[in-house]
Design a protein around this ligand. Structure first.
Ligand code: NAD
Ligand code: MG
Length: 383
């Protein structure tokens, strides 16, 4: 178990739940980082007494510095400052709970410095997976998954022979719109998409769950984390979000991990691994749940999912392209400049326009990301 953490994205949904878990087990907080919510970040700093606090957006530096003027906490700002706290020798386990490709530099900085990474920021693995894997191989850092499905798979692989995996069964809640036709999705609103049936999360991942892009990103995340090809990953829609994922082995045994839909458990497991401790999250009662159901995903209606799966098979920078296109399209949808179905059309379009290339350097990744975003901006309907 870790005794200290550095938390990137501390003001978000995963960030605040991580602090709750840390407080429950007396894990000390060495550093905090967030993008812009100064008051919340300052309040967290007062409560958890980190050595350093970094704010991603430099425009907020003075406000944060002033808010913490009577403390001895070191305050810094900008992307370089966030990277620096992830690479600090006394960082402890670095929990990356930043949203989007903005987390990639810190993921790489953490791994290059040899620090242990507890990763919630799936976009950094999706966009820069090959680079992150190469950095892990070089530094020998440990990477512990925080995403609930990947934490489940990680638990199902404990002590089992990796070469006997037949299939990874990646479960999906299906989001608020599963079962609907494209015609029924024409007029759905932002509020409808933000209403997830089982999980309370940040806005971007909530939209990704509604389009099923989240599951496509998670297929790519699983490929990198567990060294399996996309053909060995099967997505199973499981509306109750109780079975968090499973692994089928050569002998036909299927080992699953179950729990209440509560992120505090996978967050905590990444911090206590390989130990298990009582968790502040909800307990599971199978009697209350009663029925568990399993269905096939609908990749014709949910085109984001199909595009991400296609990108997973193409490899190289294709996953980075679909991720970048999706981040841009979701941002437009969140500001009500795009209709729901247009997200999938633009993501598929960006992948169609993408020429296959390998990711050799960080600049390759950032260029592919920028090109995909530009595709979306130039093809989005003007409203
Ligand atoms: P969120 O929007 O609630 O929080 C995002 C956090 O990132 C905020 O603290 C924000 O300040 C910070 N941030 C954004 N850009 C930054 C930058 N450039 N520099 C520093 N900090 C920055 O998002 P979330 O729901 O907590 O999700 C975070 C990550 O975890 C995402 O990658 C998401 O896919 C993943 N994840 C979330 C959940 C969940 O239940 N929320 C579950 C599984 C995986
Ligand atoms: Mg997940």
């Amino acid at each position: 178990m870790t005794d200290s953490i550095t938390l990137l994205g501390s003001t978000g949904s995963i960030g605040t739940q991580t602090l709750e878990v840390a407080a429950a087990h007396g894990v000390s907080v060495r550093a905090l980082a967030a993008n812009s919510r100064v008051e919340e970040l300052a309040q967290q700093a007062r409560q958890f007494h980190p050595r350093r606090v970094a704010i991603g957006d430099p425009a907020h530096y003075h406000a944060l510095k002033t808010a913490l003027a009577d403390t001895d906490i070191e305050v810094s700002a900008g992307a370089d400052a966030v990277e620096a706290i992830a690479a600090a020798p006394d960082a402890g386990t670095v929990v990356n709970a930043v949203v989007g490709i903005a987390g990639l530099r810190s993921t790489l900085a953490c791994v290059n410095a040899g620090n242990t990474l507890a990763l919630a920021n799936k976009e950094s693995l999706v966009a820069g997976g090959d680079l992150v894997k190469a950095a892990l191989a070089k530094s020998g850092s440990a990477l512990l998954p925080v995403d609930s499905e990947h934490s489940a798979i990680f638990q199902c692989l404990n002590g089992e022979p990796r070469d006997r995996i037949k299939k990874i069964l990646l479960t999906a809640s299906g989001g608020p719109f599963f079962g609907r036709t494209r015609a029924q999705l024409e007029a759905v609103t932002l509020a409808d998409a933000l209403h997830h049936p089982n999980w309370s999360m940040g806005r971007k991942i909530t939209v990704d769950s509604a389009t099923l892009m989240n599951k496509g990103l998670e297929v790519i995340e699983a490929m990198h984390l567990f060294d399996v090809p996309p053909e060995k990953i099967e997505v199973v829609v499981h509306r109750q979000s109780i079975v968090h994922s499973a692994v089928e082995y050569a002998d036909g045994a299927v080992i699953a991990q179950l729990g209440a839909p509560d992120m505090r458990l996978p967050i905590q497991y990444a911090l206590t691994y390989p130990d298990r401790l009582p968790c502040p999250g909800r307990a599971l009662s199978l009697f209350d749940v009663g029925t568990l159901t399993f269905e096939r995903p609908d990749s014709e209606t949910f085109t984001c999912f199909a595009a991400a799966f296609d990108a997973a098979k193409r490899g190289g920078l294709a996953p980075c392209a679909v991720n970048g296109a999706n981040e841009e399209a979701v941002a437009l949808f969140l500001s009500e400049k795009l209709r729901f179905l247009e997200i999938g059309e633009l993501v598929a379009g960006a992948l169609g326009a993408f020429a296959d290339r390998r990711a050799e350097t960080l600049s390759d990744v950032l260029e592919a990301d920028a090109a995909a975003r530009e595709f979306v901006r130039s093809h989005a309907p003007r409203r």
